[in-house]
Design a protein around this ligand. Structure first.
Ligand code: NAD
Length: 391
């Protein structure tokens, strides 16, 4: 069985991670035809003509369409796969359109910005025995899986304090982000902070119980105002605290494609522990003869020579994450009972096993609008968030 794949959106994440991964899966015979839908023809033309991707996958291609995603998904044969790679604030409509069209779904993070939307998606997919997975690729960085194993076997004790940081490069301000990353749609924490919040749960199993986020707005070159810099505090179910700083603000001249990392301070009885992940500088230092200096990550997505034929292949946790999600969709299509196995395993994020992310996003947006006031997360049959009252 091979699923055909409709990719909705043709922006940066499709170029950097999704399309090369899909080409590799197609080469391996795991998926069938690939269609990419975007609003602008130029987006699709430049994706198709991209020299790096063509060199690696000279035999691969996709069908490009500027038709609306409603049309593309409506015309897709039932029980195939849709990958939603659109701006954050339109994920809900696109995911629901895909589910209505009987497609399994992979959605880039954050799935949606409201917990109620996640619940609607989960129910609709379950009724149709469709898989919905959320692409949190950091989970497939081997260091996260190692930490999860060691934390959950008790070797670190309990999280007490943590600090995490992910700053994207300055050039993001000159990209298509200008057209959607405005104050009312997203912010640096919602966009990338969610990765480390998700990782802390993934490693520790703890649940976030309160969030406060303050931001510093700045304008894109086109004048759109955005929460470019954010500072968040997340409180966890054991009382532990995590600080997360995010920005579209890492200087162009800085080495590597971003700066990121996480330190968790822990304790058990009379002993302290810690876990420190330096996620941007992974040990590589390249000094080029043209004067350039770089610290590339070998671990997210890299093109390396193909040992089995022409072109190249992609390696890294970016690829492994897409592969795991595609494998999950295939396994649910073969046997609907696999859904509960995947949910329980907790390695692949689904609306059912990672909805704390939607609660954190909803709480963060509310906190930002209220100048960093603490927002509490209430779990239960109908989870919700609300501003903490100090009365
Ligand atoms: N680290 C990560 O996990 C990561 C990294 C980058 C992006 N993302 C997520 O991926 C999503 C897209 O981000 P990006 O960086 O690719 O953004 P982008 O701005 O580069 O691309 C967005 C794409 O969506 C298309 N689009 C917008 N509205 C559309 C519509 N109605 N129909 C069809 N196409 C439409 C645009 O034409 C563009 O091709 C966001 O949700 C973002 O948070 C995740």
């Amino acid at each position: 069985m091979k699923m055909h794949v409709s990719v909705i959106g043709g922006g940066m994440i499709v170029h950097d991670q999704i399309l090369p991964s899909l080409y590799q899966l197609k080469r391996a015979g795991k998926i069938g035809h690939i269609t990419v839908c975007a609003r602008r023809k130029e987006t699709l033309d430049s994706l198709k003509a991209n020299e790096r991707i063509r060199r690696a996958f000279p035999e691969q291609d996709f069908t490009a369409t500027t038709a609306s995603y409603h049309e593309v998904l409506g015309n897709a044969a039932e029980r195939n796969l849709a990958i939603i790679a659109l701006p954050d604030q339109i994920h809900f409509n696109a995911v629901m359109t895909a589910i209505d069209a009987q497609q399994h779904v992979i959605c880039v993070k954050p799935l949606v910005q409201k917990i109620q939307h996640a619940a609607v998606i989960e129910k609709a997919a379950r009724e149709r025995q469709l898989f919905v997975g959320i692409e949190y690729h950091k989970r497939f960085d081997d260091r996260a899986l190692m930490a999860r194993d060691r934390y959950r076997s008790g070797r670190f004790g309990e999280l007490r304090l943590g600090t995490a940081r992910l700053f994207e490069k300055w050039y993001y301000r000159h990209s298509n982000f200008q057209n959607w990353f405005s104050l009312e749609n997203s912010d640096a924490f919602t966009y990338i902070g969610c990765h480390y919040v998700d990782l802390v749960h993934f490693i520790t199993g703890l649940l976030p119980v309160s969030v406060s986020v303050a931001g510093v707005p700045e304008r894109f070159p086109n004048g759109t105002e955005a929460w470019m810099w954010t500072d968040a505090r997340v409180k966890w179910s054991n009382g532990g605290l995590l600080n997360v700083q995010n920005a579209l603000g890492y200087p162009e001249q800085g080495p590597g494609s971003n700066t990121q990392g996480m330190t968790l301070w822990t304790s058990a009885g009379d002993a302290g522990g810690f876990l420190n992940h330096i996620d941007s500088h992974r040990g590589l230092e390249y000094c080029y003869v043209d004067g350039g200096y770089s610290e590339p990550s070998p671990d997210y997505m890299q093109f390396v020579p193909n040992h089995l034929g022409p072109g190249e292949r992609v390696v890294g946790y970016g690829y492994r994450s897409i592969e795991a999600l595609v494998d999950s969709a295939l396994s649910v299509e073969r046997d609907a009972d696999q859904q509960s196995v995947i949910e329980a395993q907790g390695i692949v994020a689904t609306p059912g096993n990672s909805s704390y992310n939607e609660l954190v996003t909803e709480a963060a947006r509310l906190s930002l609008e209220n100048d960093g006031r603490e927002v509490l997360i209430q779990y239960g049959t109908l989870p919700f968030v609300h501003l903490k009252s100090y009365l």
